[in-house]
Structure formats: structure tokens, C-alpha cells
Design a protein. Sequence first.
Length: 82
Amino acid sequence: MLKATLIAAFIAVTALSPAYAAQDLCNDAHMKQMDDMIAKMTDATKKKEATTALDMSKAAMKKGDTAGCMKHMDEAHKAMGL
């Protein structure tokens, strides 16, 4: 019985982890970190792409749209080569 409880707890934590990770990236501190990283980029095309995606991510965050925020955050990360 203890083994089943531990397995169930592990599965629950694993299932909820992506939701918490998404919220961790959609906050003001991470947005500032992204702004700083984008400012250091040298490829103008990729920099513009990352800036556009980050701006859309910020707009989604302000609306409370975590899924939209993460979608655009992923696009920004890809443009940055992360």
C-alpha cells in the first residue's frame, strides 16, 4: 500500500511540474532576463525575431494567458538559440 501511495504521489508531482515550470517563466524577472539577453544578441534578424516573440509573450502574460505566454516564450528561446 505504501508503495502504491508513493508511486501515485510521484506521478502527481511529475504531471504538475510542467504547469509550475510554465508559470516560472512567465514573470517579470524572467522577462527582464530575456530583455537583457536579447540586447546582447548580434544577429539582427534573430534579435528582431526574438524581440517580437518576447513582446507577444509579455502581452499574453498581462492578459493572464499562460499558454500563450509560454508559446511565444518558446519562440523567443528558439530565436535566441536556446
